[in-house]
Design a protein around this ligand. Structure first.
Ligand code: C2E
Ligand code: CA
Ligand code: CA
Length: 553
């Protein structure tokens, strides 16, 4: 069988199959490979390293070297990057084609067994770090607790405890310190609870306490323990020479009143716990059926988002930005969409706030950045000159250590010129910690990236700060554009912003331009750029190319 025939055959049998040259450049790729990675363009000509999780490159290189040395296929496991950012575990083989310095690299989707492996570890009976019962024993212990409570005619309460701000400890002091903190808090909790109660560790920083409650006033008994637990967490923890101040949020469900089986009690305790977090953390909440309507929706939305990320359901739409005076295409704003099965396209207004509060914005944000850079590079290569892409950056993303590196990596990976990327941030981000923000922005400016202030006018509107920061663009918020030229006040505001920007050497994008009258007014006032439904709604990449860059082959 020829190499070509074998490759075709492999293409049908595997999720991912590519032929590589000695330097890792993809010479040939199966059609399935592209769909597997949800990649918008051909893989041929790309470096394989672009598609491998950076931490796994060593495993890949080692297997490749061994394959060359021994002449046999080498198995290994790694993560491939979907849409440049979301990883998927794969089971791989690499072998060297005989007589040539070329390699065939094939992979099979291993996300299922990786997921079960993680689940198994989590479900294991005892948590190795704290020696407490793990998730697997929990249902069983709740059931035992219920039987016991019925027999002894006692009450039973299930408390879920989640540490507030644990992620920050992990991020700033490292996982080892995080582990020490978990151990320390588990020890302290054991000192607070009674011998017959069961404490379990059911997630990274989440604990469950099953306690029997005696006496007539069951809520009172629960309250005493909850208060003790809050107090125990508030005393500082000494970890690696640091005094760590943390707190916990507690959700409580009581047997029979809030559920008669482990699943119902757990669900309700969890809802109560989320409510405690939302009410400002460092507090406890007893389950109340009224929580359901709001919280259940969010919990399942969060779960669906997790799944959506895995399944590549997120995509970017692009809204064109034109030169107001000449009508020439100048750039595009990347706007995130979620193609949620059964719901259609979900707007970012619905999921970005949740992504922010749950931490998922990090992965989504970095994906959007990489994807947008890559797309802009493709359009530039196709011939649109002088074209920039603008990416929204959420406050938590901006403040996260390493944000500037994330941006630089996205640019390097895509090969996009640094000056073709604009980041959109809001005024609030600048004002929150002006010194720190300025340092981050200066770093980005030195790297050549442009910064735009989004929704300008709706935030602090403190104009003096504009000079202080290295900015390039102001985006006048749609709410000011809506009523020009009719409303005299808005006319005054827009005119003032345009004058101010001219004085500071900043360009202005007018957002949300919907009708000719607005466009005429802004144009006459000398506004530089326009973005709105009148000149183009947000659209997917294929439509964008068709409609906004039609002259290209
Ligand atoms: P934004 O940054 O102010 O984005 C502009 C929003 O105005 C977009 O809504 C766009 O579709 C809409 N728009 C543009 N022109 C017009 C117009 O003429 N009329 C009307 N009625 N609307 C117009 P969208 O796409 O729903 O995005 C909403 C917000 O979600 C964005 O507001 C942005 O704050 C956030 N967002 C979107 N994508 C991302 C992202 O990738 N990361 C982050 N952190 N936030 C994002
Ligand atoms: Ca924006
Ligand atoms: Ca805006």
């Amino acid at each position: 069988m020829s190499d070509q025939t074998s490759f075709n055959l492999l293409s049908f049998l595997t999720d991912f199959a590519v032929r590589l040259d000695a330097h890792g450049v993809i010479l040939q790729a199966s059609e399935l490979s592209r769909t597997f990675l949800k990649y918008p363009a051909s893989l041929t000509g790309e470096q394989i390293s672009v598609f491998i999780q950076p931490e796994d490159m060593a495993a890949f290189l080692e297997a490749k070297e061994m394959a060359a040395l021994i002449g046999e296929k080498q198995p290994f496991v790694c993560r491939l990057l979907r849409q440049h950012a979301l990883h998927v575990w794969v089971d791989c083989h690499i072998y060297r084609l005989q007589g040539q310095d070329e390699y065939v690299f094939i992979a099979f989707d291993a996300s299922h067994w990786k997921a079960s492996e993680a689940k198994l570890a989590m479900l294991s009976t005892h948590d190795p770090l704290t020696q407490l019962p793990g998730r697997l024993l929990l249902d069983d212990r709740i059931r035992m607790g219920i039987n016991n409570a019925v027999r002894e005619k006692q009450g039973l309460a299930l408390m879920l405890l989640d540490m507030d701000g644990f992620k920050k400890v992990n991020e700033t002091l490292g996982h080892q310190a995080g582990d020490k903190l978990i151990k320390a808090i588990a020890q302290r909790m054991q000192g607070v609870i009674r011998r017959n109660d069961t404490l379990a560790r059911i997630g990274g920083d989440e604990f469950a306490l099953i306690m029997s409650v005696t006496g007539d006033d069951r809520k009172k008994g629960v309250e005493i323990i909850a208060k003790k637990l809050l107090a125990m967490a508030q005393r500082p923890f000494q970890i690696d020479g640091n005094d760590l101040y943390i707190s916990v949020s507690i959700g409580i469900a009581i047997y029979l009143e809030h559920g008669d089986d482990p699943a119902a009690l757990l669900r309700h305790a969890e809802i109560a716990m989320y409510n405690a977090k939302e009410q400002g953390r460092n507090r406890w909440e007893l389950y109340d059926p009224r929580f359901d309507a709001s919280k259940k929706g969010n919990l399942s939305l969060e779960a669906a988002m997790h799944e959506g990320i895995q399944n590549g359901e997120f995509l970017l739409h692009y809204q064109p930005v034109f030169c107001m005076q000449t009508g020439v295409l100048k750039g595009a704003e990347a706007l995130m969409r979620w193609d949620r099965p059964g719901y259609g396209l979900v707007s970012p207004g619905k999921f970005i706030p949740l992504a922010e509060s749950s931490g998922m914005i990090e992965i989504l944000g970095s994906w959007a950045l990489r994807m947008a850079c890559h797309q802009a590079k493709l359009w530039q290569e196709a011939g649109v000159l002088d074209f920039y892409v603008s990416v929204n950056v959420s406050p938590s993303q901006f403040r996260k250590p390493g944000f500037a590196d994330l941006v630089k990596n996205a640019l390097d990976e895509s090969g996009l010129a640094h000056s073709s990327l604009m980041l959109e941030i809001t005024e609030g981000v600048l004002m929150n910690n002006p010194e720190k923000s300025n340092a981050i922005l200066s770093g980005l400016r030195d790297a050549g990236v442009k910064i735009a202030i989004d929704d300008f006018g709706t935030g602090y509107s403190s104009l003096s700060y504009l000079k202080k920061f290295p900015l390039s663009v102001l985006k006048i918020d749609k709410s000011f554009v809506d009523d020009v030229p009719k409303c005299a006040e808005d006319v005054a505001i827009v005119s003032a912003v345009l004058n101010l920007a001219a004085g500071l050497g900043l360009k202005v994008v007018a957002e949300g331009v919907e009708v000719e009258g607005q466009l005429e007014f802004l144009k006459a006032k000398g506004c530089d750029l326009v973005q709105g439904f009148l000149t183009g709604k947000p659209m997917n990449a294929a439509t964008f190319r068709e409609k906004c860059i039609p002259c290209l082959p």
